[in-house]
Write a protein that binds this ligand. Structure first.
Ligand code: XIL
Length: 396
């Protein structure tokens, strides 16, 4: 993924007691996973079970694991209606008190992991399927401004983490997708920072009792992602799994592999799609069968830790991705020639990025002549400065 210009491929992680060595060996593998998301350890019920009483053992263990393994942490999550202790959801607090409770929680949790979280899911699942706001203690008490407020608090407390809004069923490019784009606009309209929208991507490979729709085709997925990126934010698949009616058959596994590949291809095709996280490793521990009765086999390794066709299909989709930035070096040169001066910086970054990712060129001097001949001298310094802040491509 990194060699293809993305920032991570990751997995949700639960630290088991005792550790499951087979599962752990899979997550440890840096060639597969550069990021982890705590499956439950950073949620409100885990970190502040009673008011002002914080329990950080589980979340600390995640932080320590990620530090040892040099992996990013996609921190998850700060404000959510679910896995929320009753003292919050049934506390009958007034507006000002609930805002201060939200602030105290964010201060304690985001403050503790400041510097460790590459990203934070600041607000999770604030929307209904029809795009209206979900009723929750936060929305019902504070109104929609609970969302910009949460982002404001998070950005003050951890200015370096990338701040995400995260939700499910955004992948179908429908009313809920539109509403997520409106949340981005809402937060920005308050002058508050929001940098990404997480598409959870709890999908299916066939119609099931809990989802008539199957994983959309690549065009729909891309259109949904782009509804956010036109607002100037990044996107990511944050909790990918593809369930089916069980029991699994080889044909169902093949359909699942194709669905996973569609998701990966859509991310590779959208420049501002910065990464993908799958929601666990082995079907042995997947959350799906417990919540969607009669459905399962949703992950990429089976109960016996054997990689499924979906694993190889995703790998192939990554490897075959022609150019993660959506243009070849030649196209970038053409773009550089044809763009107006005011548009050149973005094009330069594209151009530069395509060299880094496609040819793994780490020396700016190799790029300069191309930029100079394409656009004249003034662009060279812009390309140089644009390139200097890009991560250097590595072989993973
Ligand atoms: C799930 C976990 O996987 C389960 O272990 C837990 O019991 C319930 O939550 N959307 C989210 C995730 O944002 O936090 C949820 O994770 C799955 C749906």
């Amino acid at each position: 993924m990194i060699a293809k210009g993305k920032n991570w491929f990751g997995a949700a992680l639960t630290i088991r007691n005792p550790v499951d060595a087979q599962e752990r060996a899979i997550v440890d593998n840096y060639a597969d996973f550069g990021s982890i998301t705590p499956e439950n350890a950073m949620k409100w019920e885990s970190t502040e079970p009673s008011r002002g009483v914080f329990t950080f053992d589980g979340a600390d263990a995640i932080r320590d694991y990620a530090a040892t393994q040099k992996k990013q942490i996609h921190c998850h999550n700060l404000v959510w209606h679910s896995q929320l202790p009753l003292w919050v959801s049934q506390g009958k607090f007034d507006n000002a008190t609930l805002i201060s409770i939200m602030y105290d929680h964010i201060k304690a949790v985001a403050g503790r992991y400041k510097g460790s979280c590459t990203r934070w899911d600041v607000v999770n699942e604030a929307l209904n399927e029809d795009g209206t706001y979900r009723s929750s203690v936060f929305y019902d008490t504070i109104g929609e401004s609970f969302i910009p407020l949460a982002f404001k608090f998070a950005s003050e407390i951890d200015p370096n983490a990338k701040l995400y809004y995260n939700d499910y069923n955004l992948e179908y490019n429908n009313a809920k997708t539109d509403a997520a784009a409106r949340i981005v606009a809402l937060v920005k309209s308050h002058g508050v920072k929001i940098q990404g929208v997480g598409f959870q991507a709890h999908l299916t490979s066939e119609s099931t009792p809990t989802s008539a729709a199957v994983t959309p085709d690549q065009g729909v997925l891309e259109a949904a992602l782009k509804k956010m990126t036109v607002q100037g934010v990044n996107v990511a698949y944050t909790e990918l799994d593809v369930r089916m009616n069980t029991p699994v058959t080889p044909a169902k596994q093949a359909a699942q592999a194709e669905a996973y590949a569609r998701v990966v291809r859509s991310c590779m095709a959208v420049e501002k799609c910065e990464g993908i996280t799958i929601w666990g490793i082995t079907d042995k521990y997947s959350w799906i069968p417990g919540v969607f009765i009669g459905e399962g086999s949703a992950l990429v390794w089976d109960e016996n830790y054997k990689p499924k066709p979906a694993y190889f299909a995703m790998l192939k989709a990554i490897q075959e991705s022609p150019n993660p930035r959506g243009c070849s070096a030649d196209n970038c040169l053409r773009a550089l020639r044809s763009t107006s001066v005011s548009g050149r910086l973005a094009e330069s970054q594209e151009f530069c990025a395509s060299y880094y990712t496609q040819y793994i060129v780490t020396d700016i001097t190799l790029i300069k002549p191309y930029a100079a001949s394409a656009c004249g001298g003034d662009i060279v310094s812009r390309v140089s400065s644009a390139c200097s802040c890009l991560p250097k491509a590595t072989a993973t």
